[in-house]
Write a protein that binds this ligand. Structure first.
Ligand SMILES: O=C(O)CCC(=O)C(=O)O
Ligand SMILES: [Fe+2]
Length: 316
């Protein structure tokens, strides 16, 4: 049996005050981020863009939300696929999730809050917006650095201006004896980037390029930054959009909670000309991001083992 080499995931320290544009550390970190996204499709970010109080209150907000009756939670219906309530699924019995589209904007968070708490819940609303905005800042920094490393920094501002954010509160209860430990089946994200923040209960597993599953442990104060299929398409197939899943510990007793921010483009996802050359011929046609989600809703899309190729691959 060959030895199992578990690749170490990159840890980027965004709390370092010296990490500012036009410094050596900035350009080497931009490079590290690009290499990590190409090799593993993810990295861990140490980030202190919000207070310890907000860190606590966002998990309290999650508890309050999941404590609502199911009849209320199922009202979280969003027209875009995979944006609303998910739960009560017999083959995924441990998982429940709710989504807030445009969570970085007051109106987005407010309309969700009004739906869940018709008599109001201002602290939930404020916590959601503050947390989403703090994570958006991290997302924007990663975009800026990745674009810079690919030599297309001039496009990052317009990309960020055309990005919308979906915040999802996700819960996984501990399995009972004889119950499945599979808490969220293997998939790739359809987002551009996904940023995950978990409580003290791990469970995330990521599939590496050589198809080994890596269990990811990251401290509750840090973030997992992951590329989605739209990022893979934009990069002309350089970045990995990793398969990942959540598995709960068979003997675990605690509930796992993740708060995830997904970024989506409101303009076409297209490969910059600079990322196409003889060595890297164009792999994907430009597409509307929401159409990728709609394709994933179809049977062909759901069963596809190579969704980008099947959805927007350039036929050779
Ligand atoms: O809970 C997690 O860590 C992962 C969630 C996830 O993969 C998703 O919502 O797409
Ligand atoms: Fe995911």
């Amino acid at each position: 049996m060959g030895s199992l080499i578990i690749p170490k995931l990159l840890i980027v320290d965004f709390t370092n005050d010296n990490l500012t544009p036009d410094t050596t550390i900035w350009s080497s970190t931009c490079n590290d981020i690009r290499v990590a996204l190409e090799n593993h499709g993810c990295f861990i970010a140490l980030y202190n863009g919000f207070s310890t109080k907000l860190q606590e209150s966002v998990f309290q907000a999650a508890d309050e939300l999941f404590d609502l009756p199911t009849e209320t939670k199922i009202k979280n219906i969003v027209s875009k696929p995979y944006h609303g309530y998910v739960g009560q699924i017999p083959i995924v019995p441990l998982h429940e999730g709710l989504g807030i589209d445009y969570a970085t904007e007051d109106e987005g968070a407010q309309s969700f809050t009004n739906l869940m708490w018709p008599n109001g819940n201002q602290s939930f609303c404020e916590t959601t917006v503050m947390f989403s905005r703090a994570v958006k800042k991290l997302e924007n920094m990663v975009i800026t650095m990745m674009f810079e490393s690919y030599g297309v920094g001039k496009y990052s501002e317009s990309h960020i201006a055309s990005t919308t954010y979906l915040l999802r509160y996700l819960k996984y209860r501990a399995p009972e004896i004889h119950e499945t430990t599979m808490a969220f089946p293997s998939h790739t994200d359809k987002s551009f980037l996904t940023i995950l923040h978990q409580n003290q209960v791990s469970g995330l597993e990521i599939r590496s390029r050589n198809e080994e599953w890596i269990s990811v442990e990251y401290p509750p104060s840090s973030f997992m930054v992951m590329a989605g299929d739209a990022c893979k398409a934009w990069s002309n197939d350089r970045v990995l959009s990793p398969y990942h899943k959540v598995t709960m510990d068979k003997r675990g007793k605690e509930t796992r909670c993740t708060i995830a921010l997904f970024s989506f483009l409101s303009k076409k996802v297209e490969v910059p000309d600079e990322l196409v050359d003889d060595e890297h011929p164009l792999m994907f046609k430009a597409f509307d991001h929401v159409d990728l989600l709609n394709f994933y809703l179809t049977e062909v899309g759901r069963k596809s083992q190579n969704i980008l190729q099947d959805f927007c691959g350039v036929q050779i």
